[in-house]
Write a protein that binds this ligand. Structure first.
Ligand code: FBP
Length: 262
């Protein structure tokens, strides 16, 4: 593990990674209600909020937009990804090298591993390569640790999420990004399974401010280190109030209620 607390993608031991790789992973459908956010510059603007410690994007978006924001945001380049057009067992094409990510200014790299997929073996071998190369560049590695595949019907089951965090620790990730397993106890167990490695919660589809901040509060109180979130932030017309709330809940460890002014 790297001395991750010294990384720019970590603030006071915590992280809020603003993910915007959805155009690849889900397609333009995620932008239907917020068509102005199809312009990546708008989401880079959102990432300049103090609560956000990094923006996570694919190579093409990084190349095109990061140069205008390099003084204002930290960059996490996602090194693999799959479109929703792919109908096979979960798998993710490696589309960027660590060397190239470093060249375009990455502060960290991200990689999806679908434990349990019929492609797990190749994905883990690919992860080995990028993890070792990232060490040479001193770049933290965030694993999108998403067990799924034909043998795994429920990908947010507590035992699946604790396996996801442990798998990330064993394979050398610095931060594991996992789905919320449904309860504080289950998240606490998943964090314990991760040892000293940081665990961040994946945002999921858009919910109310109350519901989202309560889940984030539960993650923080379970020993989680923040979140990697996309839709719950940038699908809001004005993401600033929610980001203010996340700042209170994550870095100041306030309750969700207090953050909402209740
Ligand atoms: P959200 O907060 O919008 O869920 O984004 C997190 C994320 O991991 C993205 O990086 C990625 O595009 C998406 O979720 C993948 O979600 P899934 O594979 O579950 O559809």
């Amino acid at each position: 593990m790297l001395p991750i607390d010294d990384s720019p993608i970590v603030r006071d031991g915590k992280s809020v990674i603003l993910a915007m790789d959805h155009g690849l992973e889900h397609g333009p459908v995620d932008f239907e209600d917020v068509p102005e956010k199809l312009d990546p510059a708008q989401v880079f603007e959102t990432a300049t909020h103090d609560a956000v410690t990094a923006i996570a994007v694919q190579k093409g978006i990084a190349e095109g937009y990061y140069p205008s924001y390099e003084n204002d945001v930290n960059l996490l380049v996602k090194l693999n990804g799959t479109s929703n057009l792919w109908m096979g067992e979960p798998d993710s094409a490696v589309n960027c090298s660590v060397e190239y990510a470093a060249e375009i200014g990455a502060d960290a790299v991200g990689f999806t591993v679908y434990g349990g997929s019929n492609h797990e073996i190749e994905m883990v071998e690919e992860f080995r390569e990028i993890q070792e190369e990232a060490r040479e560049y001193g770049l933290p590695v965030v694993m999108w640790s998403y067990p799924r595949g034909q043998g795994l019907k429920n990908d947010t089951k507590p035992s699946t999420i604790s396996y996801a965090t442990r798998l990330a620790l064993e394979l050398g990730a610095d931060i594991a990004k996992v789905k919320y397993p449904g309860s504080r106890e289950a998240m606490a167990h998943a964090c314990r399974c991760a040892g000293d490695m940081k665990v961040v919660m994946s945002g999921g589809s858009k919910t109310s401010d109350e519901e989202f901040l309560s889940t984030v509060e539960s993650t923080i109180r379970s020993g989680g280190s923040g979140l990697a979130v996309g839709r719950n932030v940038w699908q809001r017309e004005d993401p600033t109030p929610l980001l203010d709330g996340l700042e209170s809940v994550i870095y100041e460890e306030q309750t969700a209620g207090a953050a909402l002014g209740n």
